[in-house]
Design a protein around this ligand. Structure first.
Ligand code: NAD
Ligand code: ZN
Length: 388
């Protein structure tokens, strides 16, 4: 059997987890047991984690097939490999890794293609309550053995987690761990959306609905590509000042547009409609606004927000005939294993701004404070340290 420095390999580990027991209620700090990794799995000691809006969406979900509790949420994190199961050769105990919710098997038709990032290794995406390969759980309550469910194939709101190797990215560069943590989901999604999905070119006009981390990372990607106008749309006026750090040039608050549809205001600012329009909120109505703000004859709308119930989109068919396109993407069209290390290098080369995405830090026991800060619009990313 594989050994590791701490002598824990092959044995269950007891540790702390912030468990979501009921929709919308504060997470509960509990002692849990984490089983050793099975074949193709990696057990990771989490170093730090942060909260993405997708965690909030599933934390609030009180009905339907994805409302499963008790569950360990969290999918933006950095950790160190504690031990690996059979068949895992890519990483070993002691390696620094990012767990990522989007799989990258590097063998399927999609992973081998240069188009898109829709890895098809698992028939069902890891939205279910168990591990993606066999559907079972590696977590249980220490006091009574009750099964605790996984989330998005990651579950990072705990000191140790088990992740399938296709959801693991090895970090070999000297990027600080808290900066790397941002690349585990939100920032990669936004920058990838700007670079891979939209492929923004110099001089373009861009509009971004929702200036959270995903939207601001789109702005950062657009800024680096030389966009001439980057319009941010948000209900929270504080986001304009923050947005300027990432290249946002104009700000629109839909609530201050009076009777005028927000798309009319955007068309005026962008001289007929934006070349690239991004939805980073997760509401079907805002997706339609983003589409209506795009330019006739070539305008492209990129949907990155996750609609909690998957509501259908309503778009005027004549408007599509006018030469506009709509495309959506998970993880910004990036292939985690090959593209995330490139973003880390761009940070080390002082091109990509990651520092300004970190607005607060808390220790693990204060994780509910980090939730409150995000919900109150007072935080971009609050780094949650497991050992501080
Ligand atoms: P966030 O909570 O940090 O930011 C959301 C922003 O949207 C806030 O600034 C909020 O004020 C603003 N907003 C809310 N309602 C609005 C409205 N009606 N009009 C304009 N602005 C509005 O969220 P985040 O972490 O940046 O995530 C944003 C979205 O992206 C979420 O839906 C999340 O689930 C999704 N997401 C998708 C992927 C992916 O792979 N596609 C990855 C990460 C996150
Ligand atoms: Zn996320």
């Amino acid at each position: 059997m594989e050994t590791n420095a701490s002598g824990t390999a092959g044995k269950p580990i007891k540790c702390r987890a912030a468990v979501c027991r009921r929709a919308g209620e504060p997470l509960v700090m509990e002692e849990i047991q984490v089983e050793p990794p099975k074949a193709w799995e990696v057990r990771i000691k989490i170093v730090c984690t942060s909260i993405c809006h997708t965690d909030v969406t599933f934390w609030k979900m009180d009905s339907g097939p994805f409302a499963v509790f008790p569950r360990i949420l969290g999918h933006e994190a950095v950790g160190v490999v504690e031990s690996v199961g059979e068949e895992v050769e890519e990483v070993k105990a002691g390696d620094t890794v990012l767990p990522v919710f989007w799989s990258n098997c590097e063998k399927c038709r999609h992973c081998e293609s240069s188009r898109g990032n829709n890895c098809s290794v698992f028939a069902n995406r890891p939205l279910g309550p168990g591990m993606p390969r066999d559907g079972t759980t590696r977590f249980s309550a220490a006091k009574d053995g009750e099964a605790i469910h996984h989330f998005l194939g990651v579950s990072s709101f705990c000191e140790y987690t088990v992740v399938d190797v296709v959801h693991v990215v090895k970090i070999s560069s000297p990027i600080p761990v808290d900066r790397a943590c941002l690349l585990s989901c939100g920032v990669s999604t936004g920058v990838g959306g700007a670079w891979k999905v939209a492929d923004i070119e110099q001089g373009s006009s861009v509009v971004i609905f929702g200036l959270g981390v995903v939207g601001l990372a789109v702005a950062e990607g657009a800024r680096l590509r030389g966009a001439s106008k980057i319009v941010g749309v948000d209900l929270n006026p504080d986001k304009f000042e923050i947005g300027k750090k990432f290249g946002v040039t104009n700000f629109v608050n839909p609530e201050a547009c009076g009777e005028r549809p927000v798309s009319e205001v955007i068309k005026e600012i962008t001289d007929g409609g934006a070349d690239y329009s991004f939805e980073c909120v997760g509401l079907a109505s805002v997706m339609a606004d983003a589409f209506n703000s795009s330019r006739e004859g070539g305008g492209k709308t990129v949907i990155l927000g996750v609609e909690s119930r998957g509501a259908p989109l309503s778009l005027g068919s004549y408007e599509i005939l006018r030469g506009r396109t709509v495309v959506g993407s998970y993880f910004g069209g990036l292939k985690p294993k090959s593209d995330v290390p490139l973003l880390a290098q761009k940070y080390l080369d002082q091109e990509l701004n990651l520092d300004d995405f970190i607005t607060q830090e808390v220790s693990f026991q204060d994780i509910n404070t980090a939730f409150d800060l995000l919900l109150q619009g007072k935080s971009l990313r609050c780094i949650i340290w497991m050992d501080r």
